[in-house]
Design a protein around this ligand. Structure first.
Ligand code: ADP
Ligand code: MG
Length: 370
């Protein structure tokens, strides 16, 4: 039998990084989340050649202090979480301190940053593949941080080829994710541009620093989209699922009860036929404003909608607000998967509340006007 020995550090880092940054979507998602966590009110995302050549995210957030230059891209170094218990009261998007260190391992990577007290003078930070600071230089910069990722996966030939082959689809998925962040982030201006390999820079979409999600949706999808939407306002307390002793046990204290209230707010297509086709990529789900995939929740929404309108799929923008103890974001490295602790009960209540909402709208909207 071959000798068992530890994998060399650099290789471990590369293996793990490839699980955090799995595709173009993870890059963009991690960088935009960092900008939002830094309190940015303006975020520019610039792609070159659909992201194949470079992805640049510039924000006007609080910047990085010089004492953090050395540690910022080291693995598991974060300003957001220090113990496991902090996870349940998390209010930031990030918490694992893995994104920047992973990007160092998988791309040509650098940062330019300036704090309010140093702008218009900023600092460029360069790192080695392990995320160790290699050097700094003084450059011009407004307050905020710009992260530049060039040549993603240049050192993982198979993944690079996959990315090149599927770039159109990947880029489309990235825009879907950016739409979700731009729509949910009130008070934040987003501008997304793309520059073709030999072309000029084109604005893909932008939002103003709007006070409401409705205005954000109008900026992203066009004001006409709003005409087909009704407000989504649902509120319910999760009932224990029948026959589940576990749920009943969890219900034993007043505290548990208080934590079981769920509200869902947002916008959804009217449940009537003939409002123009809405494609499923215009379905966005959030838990406490964190964009995420909620396949079962999506399925319930679509099923209930189908019983009113069999020919079209709805536009959905649904933000589920619930106690931070009621779910777990630490399921997958990209944090897109969220584990809802009492999903069965949630789906039952959701179905009931949605049916009621659609019935009200069906009655109040005269069919003849569409
Ligand atoms: P995490 O977000 O999980 O903390 P990251 O690797 O994404 O891990 O980032 C590491 C740290 O770098 C963050 O905790 C934060 O302090 C800092 N940081 C990253 N991006 C920015 C940014 N755009 N502006 C200010 N600080 C940032
Ligand atoms: Mg992060």
């Amino acid at each position: 039998m071959a000798t068992i020995k530890a994998i060399e550090g650099r290789s471990v880092h590369q293996i793990q990084s490839g699980q955090v940054i799995v595709d173009l979507c993870s890059v963009v998602k991690e960088l935009v989340e960092n900008s939002l966590d830094a309190g940015a009110t303006s975020i520019d995302v610039r792609f070159k050649n659909n992201g194949l050549d470079s992805i640049e995210v510039q924000d006007n957030g609080h910047g990085i202090s010089p004492e953090n230059y050395e540690t910022i891209a080291l693995k598991h170094y974060t300003s957001k979480l220090s113990t496991y218990d902090d996870l349940t009261s998390l209010t930031t998007f990030g918490f694992r301190g893995e994104a920047l260190s992973s990007l160092c391992a998988l791309s040509k990577f650098h940062i330019v940053t300036a704090r309010a007290d140093s702008a218009p003078k900023g600092t460029r930070l360069d790192f080695d593949v392990l995320g160790k600071l290699k050097g700094t230089s003084v450059v011009a910069s407004q307050k905020g941080t710009t992260v530049v990722v060039e040549n993603l996966f240049h050192n993982l030939p198979v993944r690079r080829r996959e990315l090149e082959k599927n770039i159109k689809r990947e880029y489309g998925k990235v825009l879907g994710i950016l739409h979700a962040y731009a729509c949910i982030s009130t008070g934040v201006r987003f501008a997304v541009s793309n520059q073709a390999a030999k072309g000029k820079k084109l604005t893909v979409f932008s939002t103003k620093s709007n006070p409401t999600t409705k205005e954000n949706i109008a900026n992203v999808y066009g004001a006409k989209t709003l005409l087909a939407l009704v407000p989504l306002e649902l509120q319910f307390e999760l009932q224990p699922t029948r026959g589940s002793t576990q749920s009943l046990k969890n219900w034993s204290t007043q505290d548990d009860l208080a934590g079981r209230e769920v509200t869902i707010s947002g916008h959804i297509s009217r449940p009537v036929v003939g409002e123009g086709r809405q494609t499923p990529d215009r379905q966005m789900f959030f838990v406490n404003s964190r964009p995420c995939g909620l396949p079962q929740v999506a399925k319930t929404f679509n099923e209930v909608y189908k019983s009113y309108n069999t020919t079209q799929s709805p536009f959905i923008f649904a933000n589920l607000k619930m106690d931070t103890n009621a779910y777990d974001v630490n399921v997958s490295p990209d944090k897109r998967t969220i584990l809802l602790h009492d999903q069965t009960a949630l789906l039952e209540s959701l179905k009931e509340a949605l049916t009621k909402l659609f019935e009200e709208h069906e009655q109040s909207v005269p069919q003849a006007s569409f």
